[in-house]
Design a protein around this ligand. Structure first.
Ligand code: ADP
Ligand code: MG
Length: 688
């Protein structure tokens, strides 16, 4: 049997040089190499005659009879056009930005194999960006590799064809690949024994597309299984820890509810109750409180903080920005200090820090609200037993763990909060170690935000008059731009330049001369940011032009208009979150998505259609993958090789299987490779 974790040079034919090349491309082990998968296949099975071409993927053999390169209107685009003939008929082939093509085919007598997309473009049929190989080379290759051949992605300096040759010559080694998983679910269609070796062989060397598809399904399954098992094991490990038990204090709870100017929604009550139940236990809570923007998560967190305080323990609330931390501290102060909770705000700009820190250490402060400043080494607690992380995806694994380590003898209860809805598939996989509470309804009386996608040229007619009206009514607006200032980067050569916060501010001052307009961005000093935000909150500013720093949490109920420039460059979840800055009071609110494209994309139209953050997250997951949605996973670490987190059927199957295995984790000692894969995922997903 092969040890898949050995270095690549144990494989026959791989010497020092190849090894060095592979290492440079990030391929170290046999496993890395065998899991370097084709991105597609070339189907030489169905060679056609040019006269029989149908739209779609086609392959045929022909000679180039004419070829030339033109520069298109924009100097950045070149078009190379060739006429290809097979003796009976001819067809136009077109390459974009590959001017070298024109000199590649000097000899008009050589036969080439063309494969690519045959399609209608600007009223004419053409073969777009075809791949071209010498027909003789194809014949040689198909003699040994069959007519269905893998196309590998390029990686650093290693060309697709180099991978093809390299992996092809290792064919015989595939029979030595050991199974990865201790068992397979009975209900699955995977062959039990040797499932992995078969799948890997067939994904590299399939006879046809359906063989490749079956192999891919199995390999996806493996990957999902590892991910889910990792989350399960994390959950089990968390259960072994001991937390402070926080007994339920009904009097305090009733006092809090009575003091509120509103009634909790049913969903808020249920979530609060689930949290209270967790706090009573000896094992630490690890719960995610999920609720759309404006659904009222803060008050639910407040109930937990109150319980901890009444039991004599400290709490910490970590927020990603000082603006947000300050707002939380103010709001919680209003709600909780009348009930005897002492609150300290610890952000970068906090004055008299040493004094505050000593009050935290002595236990005088019951709740510390703050930013990263809380997790610096010299902040010590007396008895921290409840940690709350707002907008949890803004924090990395390490930051979360640093906060948890502030507790001494006991593991703290952890409540993570997020407004970015986590689709069920992610809940089962990446977030599988969490319990989840969902605030599924909005407080009564909220009016859904009206959303409209506009192109840049439509602003003048539609948007400006509307803004004038709202300003006259005494409302306020946010205006979001991508960049802080106009750069002199190479970008500025591009035709569609994104407008900067500073330029937009100037522009708006001329359009709305009577309005008070200021800007805000992440590179300002924290104190400056807080000042601007406070001015906006007190209506000393009418239009706030900003980068996405206002994305998280801030609450200005008088703001009714949200304009987002270059909207197509954001993820749907992010657009939804930004939109959630308005519609937080009694007034009808509006969101305008301005696109610099000629046509709004399907993604933007989804945001126009739906105010359901859950639905949008699902769409985003399908269109852009998990990394884009989940900030902390953006390091690319969770780039699943094969599996799609949208594949709920496989996820369910893998989940049941992982559940079983997680009950006797000793098995991992025997299955070293599995153990190693899982460890990686465990670190990534721990306490998500
Ligand atoms: P988010 O879930 O986005 O963090 P917040 O906790 O900031 O939302 O709450 C948004 C606003 O809704 C706040 O002004 C809060 O006081 C208010 N709110 C919360 N719960 C209710 C409720 N049940 N009824 C009415 N207003 C509520
Ligand atoms: Mg919030």
């Amino acid at each position: 049997m092969l040890n898949m974790l050995s270095e690549v040079d144990i494989l026959p034919g791989i010497g020092e040089k190849t090894k060095a090349d592979l290492n440079r491309a990030g391929i170290f082990t046999v496993r890395d190499l065998f899991y370097y998968l084709p991105r597609d296949y070339e189907n030489y099975q169905n060679l056609t005659h040019i006269s029989d071409l149908h739209p779609g993927k086609v392959s045929f053999i022909g000679k180039i009879v004419d070829i030339e390169t033109k520069n298109a209107r924009s100097r950045r685009l070149s078009i190379t056009e060739a006429i290809v003939s097979d003796g009976d008929d001819s067809v136009r082939a077109v390459w974009f930005n590959q001017p070298y093509r024109a000199t590649q085919f000097k000899d008009k007598n050589i036969e080439y194999l063309f494969s690519g997309q045959y399609e209608l473009q600007r009223g004419r049929y053409q073969l777009s960006n075809p791949k071209v190989e010498k027909a003789t080379a194809v014949e040689e290759a198909s003699a040994y590799a069959g007519k269905f051949q893998p196309i590998y992605p390029q990686k650093s300096a290693i060309k697709p064809d180099t991978f093809k040759r390299l992996i092809f010559h290792l064919r015989a080694e595939f029979a030595k690949i050991p199974d990865l998983l201790p068992s397979l679910p009975d209900s699955s269609s995977f062959a039990g024994k040797n499932a992995r070796r078969d799948a890997l062989y067939k994904i590299h060397f399939p006879e046809n597309q359906s063989e490749a598809d079956v192999a891919r399904t199995y390999l996806s399954y493996e990957e999902l299984f590892e991910l889910i098992l990792a989350a399960r094991l994390n959950r089990n490990e968390n259960k072994k820890l001991t937390a402070r038990q926080i007994p339920y204090n009904n009097d305090a709870m009733q006092q809090l509810l009575k003091s509120l100017p509103f009634q909790l929604t049913q969903a808020q009550k249920i979530s609060a109750w689930e949290i209270i139940k967790d706090l009573e236990k000896k094992t630490p809570m690890n719960r995610l409180l999920q609720g759309d923007v404006g659904s009222g998560k803060t008050i639910v967190a407040a109930t937990a903080i109150l319980q901890a305080t009444k039991a004599g323990f400290q709490s910490a609330l970590l927020a990603p920005t000082s603006i947000l931390a300050t707002q939380h501290a103010e709001e919680l102060d209003k709600i909780l200090s009348p009930l005897g909770v002492k609150i300290g705000l610890l952000v970068g700009a906090t004055k008299h820090k040493p004094e505050l820190k000593s009050r935290i250490k002595s236990g005088e402060v019951d709740l510390v609200v703050g930013t990263h400043a809380i997790i610096t080494d010299d902040t010590q607690f007396q008895d921290l037993s409840l940690c709350i992380i707002d907008e949890q995806h803004r924090f990395g694994v390490q930051q979360r763990q640093k906060l948890l380590l502030k507790a001494q003898d006991f593991a703290p209860h952890l409540l993570s909060m997020t407004a970015t809805p986590i689709p069920r598939s992610l809940q089962l996989t990446v977030f599988g170690d969490l319990d989840v509470s969902i605030i599924s309804e909005m407080p009564h009386g909220r009016k859904p935000i009206r959303t409209k996608v506009l192109t840049e040229v439509e602003q003048r007619e539609t948007l400006y008059p509307h803004i004038r009206d709202e300003l006259n009514l005494g409302r306020q607006a946010y205006w979001i731009c991508k960049k802080i200032e106009d750069g002199h980067s190479r970008d500025s050569m591009a035709k569609q330049e994104t407008i900067s916060v500073k330029r937009q501010t100037e522009k708006l001052k001329t359009i709305f001369p009577r309005a008070k307009i200021e800007f805000l961005h992440g590179r300002m000093k924290p104190a400056e940011k807080d000042e601007i935000m406070a001015k906006f909150s007190n209506h000393k500013i009418d239009i706030l032009v900003s980068t996405t720093v206002v994305e998280v949490g801030v609450n200005v109920p008088n703001a009714t208009i949200m304009v987002i420039m270059d909207a197509e460059s954001y993820g749907l979840a992010q657009l939804h979150q930004l939109r959630g800055r308005v519609g937080r009071g009694d007034f009808q609110s509006y969101c305008y998505l301005i696109t610099s494209a000629e046509q709004p994309t399907r993604r933007l139209l989804e945001v126009e259609k739906s105010t359901d953050g859950f639905h949008l997250a699902e769409v985003d997951l399908k269109l852009r993958g998990p990394g884009e949605i989940y900030g902390s996973l953006q390091h690319g670490a969770l780039d699943l090789r094969i599996a799609s987190l949208a594949d709920t059927h496989l996820i369910n199957l893998a989940q049941r299987h992982a559940e079983k295995i997680s009950q006797n984790p000793e098995i991992m000692i025997k299955y070293k490779e599995l153990g190693q894969g899982i460890k990686k995922y465990q670190q990534l997903t721990t306490l998500n």
